[in-house]
Design a protein around this ligand. Structure first.
Ligand code: 0RQ
Length: 505
């Protein structure tokens, strides 16, 4: 394990997780590594949670600001949320305990586009970053760091923090070295220059993270793998969504709007996304490319089969079986995978230039194509906007997918008015449910509503949607985006009242 820490001075800073956690003061802004359950620190957050719990037991105030790349794992978000250790969380979370705290009003959360985080910290919008806690796969003799299974905001945390705690994870394969591409050319306005990338697989930076050894206050050794959660096998609903989407892409190729190689794919996380990738792996397209945030099982399968030539991401998010394959064939994957900082994987400039096909899941959408990705019934957070907004606004094709209903049919995912809007009608082109696909490009609001009802609504809700739309067309004061404001959110209030959006029969 010693060979993982090749810098003499940093070897002197080796200590226990408890001793390292003791160096994080109350009120600190702490930037931790971690993105979709990959590359998060495994030991220091739990030791910090124990320290904070002990302080609370003594009646002392002790909370921190917790900044990450994206979601982490029970050992980080879960452990800290459990002891109410987090004053303010950003920019993305999916931990059940953390979510419950936020929705109970006990934890503040600021949900921001993942591409914005690094620059907002440089701009000083969130105040000073006090401590960085970053997992790495190794430390080189000159102090540079071999990144772990995610890059996220680590470059920014290491640059911006006054003090750095490193977790060196001996469980991470040494073959990760060389897979990353850390770009150091991001200056602040008005000195900004174009990012020199024109191909999705291009390397424009360095394989290692720079780190000033003088700022490193602790080095902790760990040997535990990532969270690596399992995906559900594609079910009939997600397979139907994938089928509609692939048929649509074939149609676009026939029309000459896409080449048979398509354009670089961005795919969100979750079971529907994985089913779409499985569909593409068995589909007619060859030599595909990915420029995405997260590399999940479906993309690994496509790399293995050769359907996908290469993939660019900021993090892995693999099931335990996929992780085994990744580790075994890491030399194969290192030739085909680039892991970048999230400010680059999600950069609007690059998304626009490369012309991505962005495919993300959603919670609900309304008759006019406004999409809610984050909130349940208007006021409770689910996860966060993540990268979906970075991609949706700037992609070549902006696609949102959902089953047509949720909670066993009690909720329609197509509603008269969305109870929260993350992606406005202006950023949404294509909606897919298991019922069908609505291509909204070039349509007026009323044309979109008619198409969405016919193609995407569940039959249980189609008549009620038609009825609302027809009455809005007669009774709304304006006929551009007709709404009956007193009724527009009545489906949500009915659900909150009676646990079902369907009118009582
Ligand atoms: O809750 O498990 O309690 O039943 O939402 O829904 O259908 O399992 O779908 O896991 O793909 O998540 C939008 C949340 C979808 C996710 C969202 C309930 C449903 C279930 C999950 P239960 P499913 P998924 C790049 C892209 C934002 C970030 C993003 C997400 C739970 O995709 O967080 O896109 N996206 N990032 O029952 C009430 C509705 C509902 C509903 C579903 N209409 N009303 N509840 N649910 N529809 C990746 C990153 O940025 C990191």
């Amino acid at each position: 394990a010693i060979s993982r820490i090749q810098h003499e001075g940093l070897r002197q800073r080796l200590m226990s997780a408890e001793a390292a956690a003791a160096l994080i003061p109350p009120g600190a802004h702490v930037g931790m590594s971690g993105f979709t359950g990959a590359g998060y620190p495994k030991a220091v957050p739990q030791a910090l949670a124990a320290r904070i719990a002990a302080a609370h037991a003594r009646g002392q105030d002790f909370r921190i600001g917790l900044w990450t790349g994206a979601s982490t794992a029970p050992e980080l978000d879960g452990a800290l949320a459990k002891v109410n250790a987090v004053e303010l969380r950003m920019p993305y979370q999916s931990d059940p305990t953390g979510r419950a705290r936020i929705n109970a009003g006990e934890m503040e959360y600021t949900d921001i586009h993942l591409s914005h985080v690094a620059q907002y910290v440089w701009f000083g919008f969130f105040g000073k970053l006090d401590v960085a806690v970053v997992e790495v796969a190794g430390i080189l003799p000159d102090g540079r760091l071999i990144p772990s299974t995610s890059v996220g905001n680590n470059k920014t945390w290491l640059d911006q923090a006054d003090k750095i705690i490193l977790e060196v994870n001996g469980r991470m394969p040494e073959g990760l070295a060389g897979m990353h591409d850390i770009y150091y050319g991001t200056a602040l306005p008005p000195e900004r220059l174009p990012i020199p990338m024109t191909q999705a697989d291009q390397r424009i930076g360095e394989p290692y993270l720079r780190c000033d050894p003088a700022k490193v206050i602790a080095v902790v050794e760990t040997a535990q793998g990532d969270r690596n959660s399992k995906f559900a096998e594609p079910d009939a609903v997600s397979a139907a969504i994938a089928g509609h989407l692939i048929e649509f892409l074939q149609h676009e190729v026939k029309r000459g709007r896409l080449s048979p190689r398509l354009l670089p794919l961005q795919s969100g996380v979750g079971n529907i996304a994985n089913a779409v990738l499985a569909g593409l792996n068995n589909g007619p397209f060859e030599q595909l490319q990915a420029y995405t945030e997260v590399l999940q099982d479906g993309m690994l399968d496509m790399l293995a089969s050769g359907k996908l030539s290469h993939a660019s991401a900021t993090a892995l998010s693999l099931s335990p079986e996929a992780w085994e394959r990744f580790e075994r064939d890491i030399d194969f994957y290192r030739e085909r995978v680039v892991l970048r900082p999230q400010e680059i994987s999600n950069h609007p400039e690059l998304i626009r230039r490369l012309g991505l096909i962005a495919m993300n899941a959603m919670i609900e959408c309304d008759l006019y194509g406004n999409v809610n990705s984050t909130h349940v019934m208007g006021s409770s957070i689910m996860n966060g906007i993540g990268g979906s907004g970075d991609f949706a606004r700037n992609a070549y094709l902006s696609i949102f997918m959902t089953p047509s209903t949720a909670k066993g049919g009690k909720i329609s995912c197509l509603v008269p008015m969305a109870s929260h809007v993350d992606h406005t009608e202006h950023d949404v082109q294509i909606i897919v449910t298991e019922q069908g696909l609505a291509d909204l490009r070039g349509l007026s609001p009323k044309e979109r509503a008619a198409l969405l009802i016919e193609r995407c609504a569940h039959p249980d809700y189609r008549d009620a949607l038609r009825d609302y739309f027809e009455r809005a067309r007669r009774g709304a004061p304006g006929q551009h985006t007709p709404h009956l404001l007193e009724e527009a959110l009545s489906w949500h209030t009915r659900y909150l009242r009676q646990g079902d959006m369907r009118a009582a029969t």
